[in-house]
Design a protein around this ligand. Structure first.
Ligand code: DUT
Ligand code: MG
Length: 150
């Protein structure tokens, strides 16, 4: 697909590469922290970081999700303050990343560092048909471990 993208920080495409799929099979485009100086995140701290990019998906049949990078999340505890970021198809503002240090050690984000990834996903907008009851299923209202653990 084609994605209308605005570059809001001129260092992107010059000093720092534009987002690109790293391999033919990559699902995510890495997003960079467009900081002016290194940012220290103490354990437990969360900061909203600019990416220098805006996208306009235009089509309600798509959304984008901002997801953590597995290496940063697993090794350094750097994940997202909102766990997952959901980008609406009509959003035109700068993509922002809520960066949360859920770990026990201080982490410094360097300017231009890849801090999260953007994944484009298909979306169905549902029309709600209001009913009084549902056709019976085996599960019914059972959930949250109702089927046991093993
Ligand atoms: O990690 C994120 C999450 C959201 N957004 C932007 C794009 C999205 O379309 C918009 C609104 O996000 P969401 O609907 O999740 O937030 P909200 O708290 O419901 O705000 P709003 O009232 O603006 O919808 O904020 C980001 O830039 N980064
Ligand atoms: Mg919202």
């Amino acid at each position: 697909m084609h994605l209308k993208t605005r570059i809001l920080d001129s260092r992107l495409g010059n000093e720092f590469p534009l987002p690109a799929y790293a391999t033919e099979g990559s699902a995510g485009l890495d997003l960079r922290a467009m900081l002016d100086e290194p940012l220290t995140l103490e354990p437990g701290q969360t900061q909203l970081l600019p990416t220098g990019l805006a996208i306009h998906l235009e089509d309600a049949g798509y959304a984008a999700m901002i997801l953590p990078r597995s290496g940063l999340g697993h090794k350094h505890g750097i994940v997202l303050g909102n766990l997952v970021g959901l980008i609406d198809s009509d959003y035109q503002g700068q993509l922002m990343v809520s960066c949360w240090n859920r770990g026990n050690t201080t982490f410094t984000v360097e300017p231009g560092e890849r801090i999260a990834q953007l994944v484009i996903v298909p979306v169905l907008q549902a029309k709600l048909d209001i009913v009084d009851s549902f056709d019976e299923t085996d599960r019914g209202e059972g959930g949250f471990g109702s089927s046991g653990r093993s």
